[in-house]
Structure formats: structure tokens, C-alpha cells
Design a protein around this ligand. Structure first.
Ligand SMILES: CC(C)(COP(=O)(O)OP(=O)(O)OC[C@H]1O[C@@H](n2cnc3c(N)ncnc32)[C@H](O)[C@@H]1OP(=O)(O)O)[C@@H](O)C(=O)NCCC(=O)NCCS
Length: 153
């Protein structure tokens, strides 16, 4: 059975293992465990109680920032990341606050075609490019593409 729900503290060890499996340059354990808490809306996608994907989203004033999303390599290109982000967008739009979240921001490596296609397919727009923003495995730098999705109607 497939479910999407809040990623909570008890999930972090399993989710961090997925982080290491999914990214060429994964976050450290300290970074992963510290991007949780009151200011975050983090979701997990499970299939038969196993975490297959997660997203990490920080809320600051009327903006949300998607810091991380990953889907297990064996479950990719089945629409799961799209489902997870659609759920995140739905949750952000229904947050009960006196200042609604206006936009969801993210940055992505210029070479990450899969992620860029995912974000375009959801309706994110490219806002700008930050030159030489990310380190690469070869010890060089790579541009970041900054994208945003408008949440207010
Ligand atoms: C990026 C990632 C999350 C996509 O997950 P996914 O579940 O495979 O994506 P989906 O199946 O939901 O695909 C959504 C859209 O992106 C496209 N897409 C996804 N992966 C693709 C690929 N490798 N090549 C071409 N298109 C791709 C799909 O065709 C789909 O487009 P459509 O809706 O127009 O048909 C996954 O590849 C991943 O975990 N990558 C490693 C971590 C990462 O790079 N995260 C993003 C930066 S933090």
C-alpha cells in the first residue's frame, strides 16, 4: 500500500539511508537531522511501510523552500516524485495561517535533467541562474538553476 504522510523523527535513520543511496553528494547526517522541526513541512512516501521517497521543505514567512527530494532508484520514473510534490503543494496551500505561503522555491544543479523535467512538469518557472554555486565530485563548480512555483491563486 502507498501512503504520503509527515516525515517524523522516528523516520530519520531510514530516510537518511535513502538520502545516501540517492544523491552523488549526499547531505551529512548532521545536516539531514537538523533540517527537521517546527519550521519544516517534510513528507515521506511509503510503499508497504518502507520509505521510498521524501521531501524536505522549509517555511520562512510567506515562502517555502524545497531543500531536498529523493526517490529510491528502483522506483523512479513512475510518477512518485510528482505525486509527492503535488501533495506538498496541496499541504502548503491548505496551511491554516494568517499569512498564506505565496511561493515554493528551489535550486537545482544545471546537469540534473531528471529533476528539472520533474519541476517543469509541475509548473515551476525558472527565475535565475546562480553561477558556480554547487561543488561537483570532480572538485569543480556547477551552476544552480533557481525555480519557483506560485501557490496563491
Ligand atoms: C529527481 C527525482 C526525484 C525524480 O523522481 P521520479 O519519481 O523518477 O520522477 P517522476 O516519475 O515523478 O517524474 C516526473 C516527471 O519528470 C520526468 N523525469 C523524471 N526522471 C526523468 C529522467 N531520468 N529522464 C527524463 N525525464 C524524467 C518524468 O518523465 C515526468 O515527466 P511527465 O510528468 O511530463 O511525464 C529522482 O530522479 C531522484 O531521486 N533523483 C536523485 C535525487 C535528486 O536529484 N533530487 C533532486 C535534487 S534535490
Amino acid at each position: 500500500m502507498k501512503t504520503i504522510s509527515i516525515l517524523n523523527h522516528n523516520d530519520l535513520t531510514e530516510a537518511f539511508a535513502l538520502e545516501q543511496l540517492c544523491h552523488t553528494l549526499p547531505w551529512s547526517k548532521t545536516t539531514f537531522f537538523s533540517n527537521q522541526g517546527d519550521r519544516y513541512l517534510n513528507l515521506k512516501l511509503t510503499i508497504d511501510n518502507k520509505i521510498i521517497g521524501f521531501c524536505i521543505c522549509q517555511l520562512v514567512a510567506d515562502e517555502a523552500n524545497l531543500f531536498n527530494i529523493a526517490i529510491h532508484p528502483e522506483f523512479r520514473q513512475k510518477g512518485l516524485a510528482k505525486e509527492l510534490l503535488n501533495k506538498l503543494i496541496e499541504e502548503l496551500m491548505s496551511l491554516n495561517s494568517n499569512k498564506p505561503i505565496a511561493s515554493l522555491w528551489l535550486e537545482v544543479r544545471k546537469s540534473n535533467d531528471a529533476a528539472i523535467r520533474l519541476y517543469h512538469s509541475l509548473g515551476f518557472n525558472q527565475i535565475t541562474i546562480r553561477r558556480n554555486y554547487y561543488p561537483t565530485v570532480e572538485g569543480k563548480q556547477e551552476d544552480a538553476i533557481i525555480m519557483a512555483y506560485t501557490l496563491t491563486l
